[in-house]
Design a protein around this ligand. Structure first.
Ligand SMILES: NC(=O)c1ccc[n+]([C@@H]2O[C@H](COP(=O)([O-])OP(=O)(O)OC[C@H]3O[C@@H](n4cnc5c(N)ncnc54)[C@H](OP(=O)(O)O)[C@@H]3O)[C@@H](O)[C@H]2O)c1
Length: 253
């Protein structure tokens, strides 16, 4: 199956590093035109697109701790490169919030985690849905986590809860807007070799991350990207509302 995405305009958030970077790389190779975001690692962003055709991508510097930035992003991306066909809500944070934290730290940790992981994708959804309905088509591919289903360590309760919200958001879009041509899919990765996972490894050790795996190696961002390309192509539209586990067999539910 040769999947081509020529003529598709795809927005990928958090594309400078990790999973989002691998997703962007493969979507570009499949012919898509991309709107990409980073927060602060501009040089990492620049290395990704150094050899790309300038008319097939744009970078936007966005900090989703202010979810309202999502509206300007969608407006600008549409003005720059035309109607968006698919959104990949990938940018995320996994902040540790200890149960021993002060009231202020606890609330701030939850607030920040939900702003970036839930409220920003929700704002992008709100900004994009009218266009998708007008076009009679559009796809959301939202990156949740195994943690949404399995739960997480006490320090990462806010993270797990935020990823559960992403699943509910995605399913609600699929149920509510399917007849208008809008599809929505959840990707639920397990530990994937990125800087975010490295923070867990630094805290809990490599064995904590690998001992549950059914496969011999930890998942890499390149193991996630092909499924996103398939979903963006429309070939799997009847899986709308579905959740795709990519966790090396570490949690099957
Ligand atoms: N890695 C895992 O084990 C794993 C497992 C399950 C789910 N996930 C999910 O997969 C997604 C990608 O994770 P990853 O491991 O690739 O993370 P990562 O390597 O830490 O990269 C995070 C990306 O999000 C951007 N970002 C971070 N905070 C942001 C903010 N406040 N505003 C806007 N952009 C921001 C970063 O931009 P800068 O480069 O500019 O900082 C970067 O592009 C996340 O939603 C994560 O929850 C990851």
């Amino acid at each position: 199956m040769d999947i081509r995405l020529d003529g598709q305009h795809i927005l990928v958030t958090g594309a400078s590093r990790g999973i989002g970077r691998a997703i962007a790389e493969q979507l570009y190779a499949s012919g898509a035109t991309l709107s990409l975001t980073y927060r602060q690692h501009k040089s990492a962003a620049d290395t990704l697109t150094a050899d790309w055709l300038p008319h097939r991508y744009r970078w936007y510097a966005i900090d989703f701790s202010d979810p309202a930035e999502a509206y300007g992003l969608v407006a600008q991306a549409t003005a720059d490169q035309g109607p968006i066909h698919t959104v990949v809500n990938n940018a995320g944070v996994a902040s540790s919030v200890s149960i021993d934290a002060s009231q202020e730290e606890w609330l701030e940790g939850w607030h920040h985690t939900f702003a970036v992981n839930v409220h920003a994708p929700a704002a992008i959804t709100h900004a994009v849905l009218p266009h998708f309905q007008e076009q009679g088509q559009g796809r959301f591919i939202n990156i949740s986590s195994r943690a949404a289903f399995r739960g997480d360590t006490p320090d990462y309760m806010a993270y797990a809860a935020s990823k559960g919200a992403v699943v509910a958001l995605t399913r609600s879009i699929a149920r509510g807007f399917g007849k208008k041509g809008v599809k929505a899919f959840t990707i639920a990765p397990g530990f994937t070799r990125t800087e975010m996972a490295q923070d867990f490894i630094d805290s809990y050790g490599e064995d904590y991350v690998t001992r549950d795996l059914a496969l011999a190696e930890m998942t890499t961002p390149q193991d996630i990207a092909p499924l996103i390309t398939l979903l963006a192509s429309g070939l799997a539209d009847h899986a709308t509302g579905g959740t795709f586990d990519i966790n090396a067999g570490s949690y099957v539910h």
